[in-house]
Design a protein around this ligand. Sequence first.
Ligand SMILES: NC(=O)c1ccc[n+]([C@@H]2O[C@H](COP(=O)([O-])OP(=O)(O)OC[C@H]3O[C@@H](n4cnc5c(N)ncnc54)[C@H](OP(=O)(O)O)[C@@H]3O)[C@@H](O)[C@H]2O)c1
Length: 249
Amino acid sequence: MPEKDITPSVILITGAGKGIGRAVAEGLAARARQSGAQVRLMLAARTQADLEALVAQLQGGSVGCASIACDLADAPLRPLEACLGRYGRIDALIHSAGVGRFKDFLEQTPEDLEFTLKTNVTATFLLLQGAYAAMKSQAPRHGMRGQIQVVTSIAAEQPFAQSSTYCLSKYAQRGLLDVMRLYGRQDGIRILEVRPGAAYTPMWGEVDPVQVARMMAAEDVAQPMIDALALSSRAALEVITIRPLQGDL
Ligand SMILES: NC(=O)c1ccc[n+]([C@@H]2O[C@H](COP(=O)([O-])OP(=O)(O)OC[C@H]3O[C@@H](n4cnc5c(N)ncnc54)[C@H](OP(=O)(O)O)[C@@H]3O)[C@@H](O)[C@H]2O)c1
């Protein structure tokens, strides 16, 4: 017998203004419109204009949408507070916001290090800790208290030149998720790490068209994340590694 769609209904998405986070928001809204299932999205990023345009694009029918513009490096808990304030719970956190400064090892400055760690590590830790606490205290839905998905990178499992601060931060995210999963299994909170290879998004800036043709699109990464949200509560997809068909750049 087909199981009913258990896509969570209140979903906070960081990095929703661009790239992979935006593709997840668009895909979730499209899915809800198709199925008629109610979904409530809280979209977070730094650039207000991106968020306003996206809310206007997605809002309507079974899709409720609101946004919060803030820099996670300064206010890591603000998106969570906005979600809980507006919707009263959080069924899923999709944490896609992330930064990188790519240059040779000896050229990375203390400021590059601090900039990268503040968003990718410190803010990630605090946001995930807050979201986990909120999920743990709420009544289960569809057999789970909540789901957390974090977009790390293949740079969380293999080294790349020009990526010392970025790899440091992504390996750290992976370590945190591995520990959180130990708790999540006890508390009914599903933790998914998503490790993409090269996907063509604004993060890359200008890229040679020959390279672009080899890269994934943001939607290619978003689709399995959306599918994973609706997976039966009997199962936990723990890591998704997804890279261009022709391999890494
Ligand atoms: N694209 C790839 O090839 C690739 C591969 C592996 C892993 N990843 C990872 O995937 C995630 C998403 O990357 P993407 O390619 O979608 O990047 P993107 O196109 O640059 O989009 C990043 C989004 O995150 C937001 N953001 C970044 N730092 C933030 C902060 N401190 N506070 C609040 N919002 C912040 C940005 O907001 P504003 O634009 O408003 O600043 C933007 O909406 C990142 O964690 C990245 O490391 C990407």
